[in-house]
Design a protein. Structure first.
Length: 229
């Protein structure tokens, strides 16, 4: 499989994704610079977190002039697989490819620690191989990570099975204390109604290498690869 990983100015997380997809998952992974005006034949686009740059509230807005975004929109609307991670999720909301928006964390502070997320169902590419009874330990590293949507949008997400992951404790209990950023309904990850565009605030690429002592994130990428094949 061939994965295109978008690289924006000032971003750093693309290197983690390149490493995991090529060295851990044994897939072809290429960088797509934000000024590219076309996308060569690929099987999926991954929009990574952007590191410290994404802590500026207008950063996603500043990227709206990046030529690659027009092609990401067309790729997604044509049924192509797009996965936004961390502030990449925020960008997909800005583009209108995912409902709702990402806001400043409830307690304002930048959060960098392990959290647990529980799959809601297995009816999507990134959850198909996951265990809905298991809480997966995945790190977050973001200041703008609070998912928000109005009540009508939340109802639609639930009705169409677009809510994919919820913040939980290590035992899988959905508690207020387990929600690191105040996201509506403990929501950590969603997809569009067509189930080809995905967003997840925790970063599974940072929990995929044996050297880190945690490979829970690898299961998400394994599920994606199995689906695309």
């Amino acid at each position: 499989m061939k994965f295109g990983i978008v690289h924006f100015p000032g971003s750093t997380c693309h290197s983690d994704l390149i490493y995991v997809m090529s060295e851990i998952m044994d897939q072809e992974a290429i960088l797509i610079w934000h000024k590219e005006t076309k996308i060569n034949k690929i099987d999926a686009i991954l929009v990574p977190g952007m590191g410290i740059s994404s802590n500026f509230p207008d950063y996603a807005t500043l990227l709206m002039n990046s030529p690659i975004l027009h092609h990401i929109i067309n790729y997604a609307k044509g049924g192509g697989f797009v996965f936004g991670i961390g502030s990449g999720f925020n960008l997909l909301c800005h583009l209108g490819l995912l409902p709702g928006k990402i806001e400043l964390n409830e307690h304002v502070a930048y959060i960098c620690r392990n959290v647990h997320i529980k799959p809601v169902h297995t009816h999507s590419s990134i959850t198909a191989l996951l265990d809905t009874n298991m809480a997966y330990k995945i790190p977050v590293a973001i200041q703008y990570g609070r998912y928000y949507a109005d009540e009508e949008t939340i109802r639609g997400l639930r009705e169409h099975k677009q809510i994919l992951f919820l913040y939980s404790d290590s035992d899988g209990h959905l508690t207020e204390e387990a929600n690191p950023n105040g996201s509506c309904g403990n929501i950590a990850g969603i997809c569009n109604r067509e189930k080809n565009v995905y967003g997840l605030i925790p970063q599974p690429e940072r929990a995929s290498d044996d050297e880190l002592g945690n490979t829970d994130g690898r299961a998400i990428f394994e599920s994606i690869i199995a689906y695309l094949k």
